[in-house]
Ligand binder design. Sequence first.
Ligand code: HEM
Length: 141
Amino acid sequence: MTEMIFDFLTKIGFLHPVHPALTHIPMGMVMGAVIFRFGSFLPRLKVLATTGYHCLILGLLGMPPTIFAGYLDWQHRYDGEWETLIVVKMVLAALLSIVMVALAVIDKPEEARLDKKTGLYALMILLAVGLGYSGGELIFG
Ligand code: HEM
């Protein structure tokens, strides 16, 4: 299936890896979610917690295609070889997905406080940075 997809992409003139084109959705939305969450604690900016929550939802929607594209690039460009960085990425992607789903279910942005839920927002950024760093290491070494 992987080769079928890449054959098709080559036919339409798309010769690049597919994962980097999609990583910006969860990466950007996680950054936005955390910045807006913490911004909501500033005076008169409580409404930003809802903006942050909406970023979280869009980022979560971007996770399955991003993970799938990462898997495709790993199969196609790295021959599906098990490297430490790939394992690290899989673990971090699973953890980030769990935290995002948990927040999507339990968070009530209109009641945002500096509590465990806000701690989970902060944890998301650490996991996303880990994914970006290990991805960069894979590309640039
Ligand atoms: C099972 C899950 C994943 C696998 C197997 C995977 C695999 C890869 C691979 C092979 C690369 C090297 C570039 C390429 O050939 O595409 C890469 C780069 C990268 N990955 Fe992932 N990845 C996964 C999940 C994620 C997720 C969920 C994110 C973001 C939230 C992410 C963010 C990045 C970033 C930022 C890069 C650097 C390249 C870029 O600018 O896009 N990865 N990943």
